[in-house]
Write a protein that binds this ligand. Sequence first.
Ligand SMILES: NC(=O)c1ccc[n+]([C@@H]2O[C@H](COP(=O)([O-])OP(=O)(O)OC[C@H]3O[C@@H](n4cnc5c(N)ncnc54)[C@H](O)[C@@H]3O)[C@@H](O)[C@H]2O)c1
Length: 436
Amino acid sequence: MSHLHTFIERVNSRTATVGVVGLGYVGLPLALRFAEAGLRVIGFDTDPDKPRQIAAGRSYIRHFPDAEVQAAVDRGLTATGDFSRAGECDALVLCVPTPLDDHREPDLSFIIGTLESLLPQLRAGQLVALESTTYPGTTEEELRPRIESRGFTVGEDVFLVYSPEREDPGNAQYSTRTIPKVLGGSTEACLEAGTALYGAAIDRLVPVSSTRAAEMTKLLENVHRAVNIGLVNELKVVCDRMGIDIYEVIDAAATKPFGFMPFYPGPGLGGHCIPIDPFYLTWKAREYGVDTRFIELAGEINHAMPAWVVGKVEQALAAQGGALAGSRVLVLGIAYKKNVDDIRESPSVEIMQQLHDAGAEVAYCDPLVPAFPPMRRYRFELASEPFEAENLARFDCVVIGTDHDLFDWELLARHARAIVDARGVYRGRNGKVFAA
Ligand SMILES: NC(=O)c1ccc[n+]([C@@H]2O[C@H](COP(=O)([O-])OP(=O)(O)OC[C@H]3O[C@@H](n4cnc5c(N)ncnc54)[C@H](O)[C@@H]3O)[C@@H](O)[C@H]2O)c1
């Protein structure tokens, strides 16, 4: 039997083992889903805490309950930092970070570092899948040559695919299983092997003609969001000057049954994906002599939003005869979006920094982030303030950075002295509410 047929046969008979490398927001849900689908799963992570938590049946991602991790462990999920066990796996699925470096250029060091540590264990018959968001060409230009340098022929004895993750943290309507999954192979046989693997766990696959098309699909999705959020943020500023409620306008436009998709303004872009991924394309496009002007412009507009919110805080304080310097300001919600505990690239944190730089006394309240964690660019020795009437009244201004469902908006409206609302919580209200 060829390696391809053996691989497919092992997946179909559920005797295959899947290695998920990088057990973060993308890797953990995927590992849980493969385990649920009846495959044996080994998780790999360089952070020793993650295998420990998994072994104890504990989830470290808020929207996944412990019970789901425990159920996967009962089905045989194990996790380790010992990469020599990669040889036990039929498939190796890479879910490691793809950040930007200090020059805002792609940092592929996690992908390459991971692959380098897996290469000594690579054997004929294995499939390697990359899930990390990246520029078109990464799989063919960075992974394939490294695999082939070990004497393997991709498409014959090792199979290589790219399949972007579409996780939407906190979205209860869709799960890893029900989100259609785009998949591109280095060769036809690679695509076939990938289809067998992902088809075992995901309801609908969307095959495309190449790994580059799959990489580009993910970037189109993220660029689409970044650009449309940039557009609506620009319109928010225009509406503000014109005295028009942007939310009323979006809601009205969204009644158009075709050709319109609502996007909502906010304090800026956050999270690991939307503020970062489009610049992977910008960087790669330069190699082809093309500028990505929409991406740059959206980046500029979205990047300016925290300062715009801070300007609104200044107005709210001025209305009480105060100024930023010396005022007490509470930032409510510092996760990058509602109901998650992830503060990566969160605009709320940039707002805190700008307020602090302007001389305000800054505090935050986010029960999902009980203590301000160490961040690369920000340092606050703070713990989350209690969301209580007396405490809210203590601040000169409260800024809504993230509208978690757990906040009691009526309580806030009753007790805050002034509210700067960057999330459209108090649509149409004014008085002490300043839309931002
Ligand atoms: N978070 C999302 O919603 C989301 C959605 C779609 C795509 N993505 C993409 O998926 C990729 C992973 O994102 P994430 O949010 O899961 O990141 P994450 O930081 O939550 O998880 C990455 C994990 O990889 C581990 N890791 C780092 N280096 C490693 C190595 N050399 N070997 C093994 N493990 C290593 C880290 O310890 C961490 O647990 C990124 O490319 C991201 O752009 C993320």
